[in-house]
Design a protein around this ligand. Structure first.
Ligand code: S3P
Length: 432
């Protein structure tokens, strides 16, 4: 499915974006192995989260859709998952595959986890290594990609692990295994990464200790079923935030968005570029900070994005690149090699897409230099990556000619209502 997007003279309205993907995965995962029933409101019903739900159903967990966005999960307790009879297919979702590997290794459930063509290219050594240090028997394919096989092992031992990459997925994988290990498990991260697992574990009554870059827990505890409210996904809101920032005369208000400081780097970056962003009505949903975000058009300028903001905005670089293309002057991204290991090689995908719409851009190993100015429009390959596809739809708000975005099907992995919501606030987007 390809989209054609044309310039529009109106981009405004009050919207709600669907539930946070990272938090939705974690809510289902922890609820599945908790004691008692959990109710999850505002869950994201996207392909990625459905893959997690299907995986747990395959392992004997009863999960029911009660009403719009409300899910009940009957926890099977810490040792209650059943061995899946077939390979578990996690589609496009790296989070699901990595976190489930940690959980199943901890619980000593034999399984083979796999996914689609994109997921079968993503690095798994980063979880294989620490889990096997704990005593698990986890093996990816010879080239270090899925399928990942988990075999029976002895009781896991807690480890003290310094992560070579700043990855919340790796951290969460180790924490989930650590719940089942004997003794203490501690992880040191090279840069702050999203802390949804730690917060969610606390909500389920399992304490994690946190000091700066170090997160520790003791194995052998249990999770108590609970009620969770999933906030709106800042990563989905980011497309509308940048859309409003680059489109003359626009104003968008987004209600109930998660603004966890370990995730909100995009707001810092956009403000430094000159965006007019107001945060109102700050509150808490469960253990997560939530707010309304109001954005109006303002002229943007290029900046050097400090590398310490990279892990706090890791999923937002596709749309930040669009802001940079519409800004005056150069924007430099450094220290962002991790972008090459996402749903696509996002450095390559952004560089190729920007060139396709007439933007000057220089590719670097760990980032890129984007020279902002006039955007011509043209055809862009999304490489089947949901965030590349949505980002390039938004650039049509400023391009001279329409933008054709190829391969948009995977938008459904994170934001199934994107097309309708974008049309509702005035984006002229339709299927080609
Ligand atoms: C995620 C963590 C990030 C992010 C991904 C979701 C999570 O990956 O890119 O979309 O839910 O933990 P890394 O932590 O591996 O960088």
């Amino acid at each position: 499915m390809d989209f054609i997007v044309s310039a529009t003279d109106r981009f405004e309205g009050r919207i709600k974006v669907p539930g946070d993907k990272s938090i939705s995965h974690r809510a289902v995962i922890l609820a599945a192995v908790a004691d008692g029933t959990s109710r999850i409101a505002g869950l994201l019903h996207s392909e990625d989260v459905l893959a997690t739900i299907r995986a747990f159903r395959q392992m004997g967990v009863e999960i029911n859709d009660v009403a719009d966005g409300l899910l009940t999960v009957k926890g099977v307790g810490p040792a209650g998952l059943k061995r899946p009879h077939a390979d578990v297919d996690l589609g496009n979702s790296g989070t699901a595959l990595r976190l489930l590997t940690g959980l199943l290794a901890g619980q000593n459930v034999e399984a083979t986890l796999t996914g689609d063509e994109s997921l079968r290219k993503r690095p798994m050594q980063r979880i294989e290594e620490p889990l096997n240090q704990m005593g698990a028997r986890v093996a990816a394919s010879r080239s270090g990609v899925p399928p990942v096989r988990i075999r029976q092992s002895k009781q896991l031992q807690g480890i003290h692990y310094r992560m070579p990459v700043a990855s919340a997925q790796v951290k969460s994988t180790i924490l989930l295994a650590g719940m089942y290990a004997s003794g203490e498990t501690c992880i040191e991260e090279p840069a702050v990464t999203r802390d949804h697992t730690e917060r969610m574990m606390a909500t389920f009554g399992y304490p994690c200790r946190r000091e700066h870059h170090r997160i520790c827990l003791d194995g052998g505890g249990t999770l108590q079923g609970t009620n969770i409210d999933v906030p709106g996904d800042l990563s989905s809101a980011a497309f509308f935030i940048v859309g409003a920032a680059i489109c003359r005369g626009s104003r968008i208000s987004i209600q109930g968005v998660g603004v966890n400081p370990t995730r909100s780097g995009v707001l810092t970056v956009m403000r430094r570029m000159g965006a007019r962003i107001e945060i109102e009505n700050r509150r808490n949903a469960g253990n997560e900070p939530v707010a309304d975000i109001i954005v109006q058009h303002a002229p943007l300028k290029g900046i050097e994005i400090p590398p310490e903001l990279v892990s706090l905005a890791i999923d937002e670089f596709p749309i930040i690149a669009i802001a940079a293309a519409c800004a005056e002057g150069d924007t430099v991204v450094r220290g962002a090699q991790e972008l090459r290991h996402k749903e696509s090689d996002r450095i390559r995908a952004m560089v190729s897409g920007l060139k396709g719409i007439g933007v000057q851009v220089e590719e670097r190993d760990d980032g890129m230099l984007i020279s902002g100015g006039v955007v011509q429009g043209g055809t862009v390959n999304s490489f089947g990556d949901h965030r590349i596809a949505m980002a390039f739809c938004m650039v049509a708000l400023r391009s001279i000619q329409p933008v054709v975005v190829l391969e948009c099907d995977n938008i459904a992995t994170s934001f199934p209502d994107f097309l309708t919501l974008a049309q509702n606030v005035g984006l002229d987007v339709r299927q080609a």
